[in-house]
Ligand binder design. Sequence first.
Ligand code: UD1
Length: 422
Amino acid sequence: MDSIIVRGNGPLKGQIPIAGAKNACLTLMPATLLSEEPLTLTNAPRLSDIKTMAALLESLGAEVTSLQDGKVLAMSSHDLTSSHADYDIVRKMRASNLVLGPLLARTGHAEVSLPGGCAIGARPMDLHIFGLEKLGAEIELREGYLHAKAPRGLKGAEIDLAFASVGATENILMAATLARGSTVIRNAAREPEIVDLATCLRAMGAQIEGDGTSEIVVQGVDRLHGATHPVVADRIELGTYMLAPAFCGGEVECLGGRLDLVGAFVEKLHDAGIDVEETKAGLKVARRNGRVKAVDITTQPFPGFPTDLQAQMMALLSTAEGTSVLEEKIFENRFMHAPELMRMGAEIEVHGGTATVRGVDRLRGAPVMATDLRASVSLILAGLAAEGETVVSRVYHLDRGYERVEEKLGNVGAHIERVRET
Ligand code: UD1
């Protein structure tokens, strides 16, 4: 397994291009299952999770061709041969469950493995099932698989979600595009990835209004057609790289960054004493002098502070002036990076969903282990601000969500290298 070695760094300077959003791409790819005609995605990120989704779609009979070094994905689901999403693929990546809604809508049946446990919490699928059952699907759990069928097709319905789940909103939205009549999704997730999915579905002929608000209204159509759609910028990759100069000092411009994607996060950066400026090409971030100040963070659904940036922010606050309190409201077990940061000298106490971080003057390099995707990048950032050398092992998590991290950080002056193991 590869590891990443990071050495404590001086100020960073330069530009980092932001890729298309992993989480948007993982819901846009299954949208191909809704139509017989081709769907092409541009600005796709080059990540192992995208390859996993491509393998899943291919196992269903779709064709996925990767062009321009993976930046363009040309897909066709003209001849679907299976409606069975196998455990072997689903267990690798929870987002595999996003084939459920489209398969059901297009073919009238689907068998999708339950994803099983995940390092950051239980992550059940009850809201997905609730919504699809409202649309008329019959769903049973047998032998670890959800067996879903809609022998008479799906029918529009009013669906009130108990929680604004991103995945449930996406599955229901995709299914509703081909249901008879109109569907209203209340307490829908408002994440930019939902807006991106709705934009793509509209380009395919779907009738959708209200995406980006808590109430999405869909008028079902008989069929969807082909389209080409650019994947929205990755707000989590953006937020992660915006933090790099906050750790090390200096000035970094994130190309393709947009304030509307990271509003709540930028407010907290300002409170911590970091400058963020909009430029023609993206967002420029600078820490000119002094220590970062402590800030309190509560993770929330969009437009609140994203859970996917909590680990990186905790790493930053571990060297802040003062004490910060971080509350995790989305996932019940998402502080596994805290003990790893403590091995580097951070002072953190975790009680349930609350972490109290007492800022120390300096972190010290140490061997640490990546426990999940966002935790792994938080350890790399911490290593850049630490004295000495930090070796982050188990970085396969990192490759699921960050393309060419050592190249992107290395280009702005970070001391970072990958050690490949054969
Ligand atoms: C998506 C993102 C993930 C991000 C998360 C929250 C993708 C591929 N992943 O995950 O990176 O951290 O949004 O912003 O887009 N829940 C239920 N029942 C359900 C569904 C969810 O109880 O049926 C709970 C989950 O256990 C979790 C919370 O709702 O505690 C949030 O989950 P959800 O918004 O569905 O996140 P994902 O779509 O899995």
